[in-house]
Design a protein around this ligand. Sequence first.
Ligand SMILES: Cc1cc2nc3c(=O)[nH]c(=O)nc-3n(C[C@H](O)[C@H](O)[C@H](O)COP(=O)(O)OP(=O)(O)OC[C@H]3O[C@@H](n4cnc5c(N)ncnc54)[C@H](O)[C@@H]3O)c2cc1C
Length: 432
Amino acid sequence: MKAKTDIIVVGTGASGLFYALNIPPNKAILMVTKRAVDESDSYLAQGGICVLRDADDYDSFFEDTLKAGHYENDRASVDVMIRSSPEIIRDLIDLGVEFEKKNGQLVYTREGAHSKARILYHEDLTGAEITSKLLAAVKKRPNITIIENMAMVDLITQDNHCSGIVASDGTGAIHLYHSDYVVLATGGLGGLFDSSTNLAHLTGDAIAIALKRQIEVENISYIQIHPTTLYSQKPGRRFLISESVRGEGAVLYNRKMQRFVDELLPRDLLTKAIHQQMEQDQSDFVWLSMQDMGRELIIHRFPNIFRHCLEEGYDITSECIPVTPAQHYFMGGIKVDLDSRTSMEHLYAIGEISCNRVHGANRLASNSLLESLVFAKRAAKNTQNHYKTAEILKATLDLDDYKDLEQLKTDYKTVILDEIERSKVIARIDKA
Ligand SMILES: Cc1cc2nc3c(=O)[nH]c(=O)nc-3n(C[C@H](O)[C@H](O)[C@H](O)COP(=O)(O)OP(=O)(O)OC[C@H]3O[C@@H](n4cnc5c(N)ncnc54)[C@H](O)[C@@H]3O)c2cc1C
């Protein structure tokens, strides 16, 4: 490994991979990831990716995003995301991504809080389809090196300037990687919660590091709970029952098998209604029925959900399944501008770990993959346009501080959860 590389990207989800692909091949990129290269939430995305279908849909797409976000969204971010969406979909198709088609035409679906069908999908495996194609393209690039099972544990910084990362390979060995730029693409923080749809290793490490290094964060108490995950008494990740299931006609029942809510409400409102119903029913779940959609549509459209539920003992074509809310998405994060620049020089943040306030207080379904890709591409353009090489900073770090990875994980978790609580209190005071 060279003493210094041009750009370090931390994370190999959709945002990190797309950033790397949008950097010209004359720059050397090092990608590090905490687990295997395909262990990211991007692979898990089921429902789809939003796109502006035509100019007539702009106002409605904009309003749906703002309404779901309780009008706390940054309007400029929303505008950029929506206007860039057709270009991003073209990029994906050029990279070989296959979206559902009928008679040669793209098919669009609808999910909760969308007033129109504007979501492209690939079965119920849209994330795996997109991310595997991005990864295949990255692997063809000789300028990009990927190191797996390497966790960033700190940033190398001096005078509000970032020049690399400190990383642990889990054996106790600590590695210093120097670069001109660092891009944080580390995803969400569901791993901090007992019940989450996220992969357990996504623990928001970059937030703890940002707090330690005085990098600005924003809205970090804005955490989305998904209304429908498959209820299970087993520990571990919760399996998501995508919103698109309800978009295609699935309904929710209470204990008496009566419908109790509009299934297409925004996620936070539906979650609230389900929690109220569970309390009334004194139950840990409500029922979801897909039966009226018909066996053929279920198996063709939701093969992954069908298979998984069958493995758990439920045949969704003929019986209801128990569902319950679980942590799902992080709307807050490291504060960034429209080009994904953080408050620290030479440091970008993209994807779920970043916060440009595009989602406001609650994310609209299927806007996340889109946002990750749009702002990753803008970050890559900004890096190219303003590229400045940097000296290797003399890091004054005590490497012994990083040797006990388990202790570090506990410390980072405490720092983040405390900050989330603190920011909730501040939000309450501000609103009072
Ligand atoms: C079950 C599920 C279904 C979803 N469905 C949809 C959907 O249909 N449509 C939609 O738009 N969105 C959906 N989402 C949300 C969307 O998938 C994510 O928000 C998006 O993929 C995030 O991409 P990312 O690149 O920011 O992060 P991720 O894809 O999560 O990648 C994060 C990367 O960072 C690495 N990493 C983390 N910490 C470290 C560290 N300390 N050091 C090194 N590497 C690190 C991880 O190993 C991983 O490679 C879904 C999410 C889940 C969980």
